[in-house]
Design a protein around this ligand. Structure first.
Ligand code: C2O
Ligand code: CU
Ligand code: CU
Length: 549
């Protein structure tokens, strides 16, 4: 199975090695049509970019400092009907155009950023302390990336520039969750409230507008949202300047500095199934460096890429200690030399530089250094700790589930037979809601992956646990929709034993998760977090029904 996942992303794998533009382009085209997929007709190949793209091997390494996103500051205190008798901090965050130097030697790149920053400002929250964010759309009236008007929700009658912000991993009420249809146009804003009634975790916010999320996030609309709590604080993990969000993505950039988003060779339907860039960005910079001291640091690594998964390691295979996954602390630190992160997944790691004073170390994606740590002793003492145990993660008993749903991940050609659409349980976004869990009930969802790809599946609102993955007989399923297992269930990997909100559903496998549907009743979504898939029907609404009274 691991092999097949690698096949699927083979283009991504060799991208950063020896490279010519022609090679890269062939590779990008190949990776838009994985082997296991049936051939497409017109939209099967990528159109060539007009301006040549930047070749990463031509760039000087480690000449720019790693940007650390500014921490957002509340602009005022306000009341809100959901919290009678209280005043809450209110943050005003404006999406707007900006120009960013992605690398010393690349002309400034026009982007869209929250508060004009790329990544956006980090929002810091504390458990149990609600806050308000006014998300302001201050974007220009025209989009600068290729909208596909044949995609549901992005038709010609829809405004080009639309945005709505979702905090990924937040247990937020439906009205503040950034429902994809709740988008608004430039000059408008939405006031969202976040109760922060959840464990400390590394969350992130990003655009979620129907049919153009992939373009809006690619344009730069994302940032970190950190929830802290007393329990975590009592552990004395590295904090303050030694606690750093690290958002990883990839982009294609033309030699004039313009961002390039790949398009199919059909100008009326430019959507592509995958978007893999040849440049890896750490907090918005290509090949940055970070000066560190010989002590422990905590990095909150977030995969904010459209399609790419990151295969991370340190030079000389130095170990890292993973302390948290998507939804917060693991039960104990986990020593790891390689960390694989799929889109939207997070891993908090502690790296101890104390043996490296005067030396440098690189964070690698596959074989390539993407970030250099330069260890200089400035004489400060490390008072942080890395306790042997972190937080209890009680297992959900799948037998306690009120409902077990079996949901397929499928792909189809559309009516004219030329565009591939990926669906959830054979349904489109506009089909009636079928997933309707009861508030506070436990359910298990089994993702039966009928495609040749791995898909990172994400549910809004809830945190879940991975129960197992189990190989099944695809032919038996296709013949009589019967689940016939062909091997024993495989337990989750150790780093998947904490709380998650995004899970890799491997091809040929049934991936089973369990969760309790805590939160406010209302309409939320679940989807594949490959943004090209999410935009093109691989997303479904779900209704959280009020608990039985
Ligand atoms: Cu990252 Cu629907 O979310
Ligand atoms: Cu989300
Ligand atoms: Cu997908």
């Amino acid at each position: 199975m691991t092999m097949r996942r690698r096949d699927f992303l083979c283009g991504a794998g060799t991208f950063l090695g020896a490279w010519t533009l022609a090679d890269a382009w062939r590779m990008a085209s190949a990776s838009s049509m994985p082997m296991a997929m049936p051939a497409r007709t017109s939209a099967a190949t990528l159109a060539a970019p007009k301006v040549p793209l930047i070749n990463p091997t031509s760039l000087a390494r480690f000449v720019d400092p790693l940007p650390i996103p500014a921490v957002a500051r509340a602009s005022d205190q306000r009341t809100h009907p959901a919290y009678p008798g209280r005043t809450l901090p209110c943050y005003r965050v404006t999406m707007r155009e900006c120009k960013v130097h992605l690398h010393r030697d690349i002309p400034a790149t026009p982007l869209w950023g929250y508060n004009g920053q790329f990544p956006g400002p980090t929002i810091e929250a504390r458990r149990g302390e609600p806050l308000l964010v006014e998300w302001i759309n201050g974007l220009p009236p025209k989009h600068f990336l290729p909208i596909d008007h044949t995609i549901h929700g992005a038709e010609h009658d829809k405004p080009e520039v639309r945005a709505v912000t979702h905090v990924h991993g937040a247990r937020a009420p439906a009205k503040s969750d950034g429902f994809p249809d709740d988008w608004y146009t430039p000059g408008h804003s939405a006031l969202y409230h976040y109760p922060n009634g959840q464990d400390a975790a590394t969350l992130w916010y990003h655009d979620h507008a129907m049919g153009i999320t992939r373009l809006n996030i690619y344009a730069g609309l994302f940032g970190a949202y950190l929830v802290r709590d007393d329990e975590e604080q009592a552990l004395h993990l590295p904090s303050g300047e030694c606690d750093i969000p690290l958002m990883l993505c990839d982009r294609l950039v033309a030699q004039d500095g313009q961002l390039y988003y790949p398009v199919s060779d059909d100008p009326s339907a430019p959507w592509v199934m995958q978007c893999n860039g040849n440049l890896v960005l750490c907090n918005g910079k290509i090949f940055p460096y970070l000066d560190v001291e010989p002590r422990r640091y905590r990095f909150r690594v977030i995969n904010v890429a459209n399609t790419r998964f990151f295969d991370l390691s340190l030079s000389h295979d130095q170990p890292m200690q993973q302390i948290a996954s998507d939804q917060g602390l693991l039960s104990a630190p986990l020593q790891r030399t390689r960390i694989e992160l799929h889109p939207a997944e997070r891993a908090d790691v502690v790296i101890d530089f104390s043996d490296f004073a005067g030396k440098s170390l690189q964070l690698r994606h596959e074989a390539e250094g993407i970030l250099e740590f330069r260890v200089r002793d400035r004489g400060t003492r490390d008072t942080s700790a890395l306790p042997a145990t972190l937080r209890k993660v009680p297992r959900i008993d799948p037998a306690s589930a009120a409902r077990q749903r079996i949901l397929t991940l499928n792909e189809t050609d559309d009516a004219n037979g030329n565009a591939m659409t990926m669906l959830l349980d054979g349904k489109r976004w506009s089909d009636p809601v079928t997933e309707n869990p009861r508030q506070n009930s436990i359910e298990t969802w089994s993702f039966v992956n009928l495609t040749g790809d791995a898909h990172p599946i994400h549910l809004h609102l809830v945190r879940f646990q991975v129960i197992d993955r189990r190989p099944f007989d695809l032919f038996a399923w296709n013949a009589h929709r019967k689940l016939v297992f062909t091997g024993p269930a495989i337990s989750p990997e150790p780093q998947e034993l904490g709380w998650k909100d995004t899970v890799r559903a491997d091809p040929g496998m049934v991936t089973r998760i369990a969760m309790r549907f805590e939160g406010e009743p209302g309409r939320y979504v679940w989807h594949c977090h490959l943004l090209e898939h999410e935009d093109n029907e691989m997303m479904r609404p779900f209704d959280l029904l009020p608990a039985h009274s």
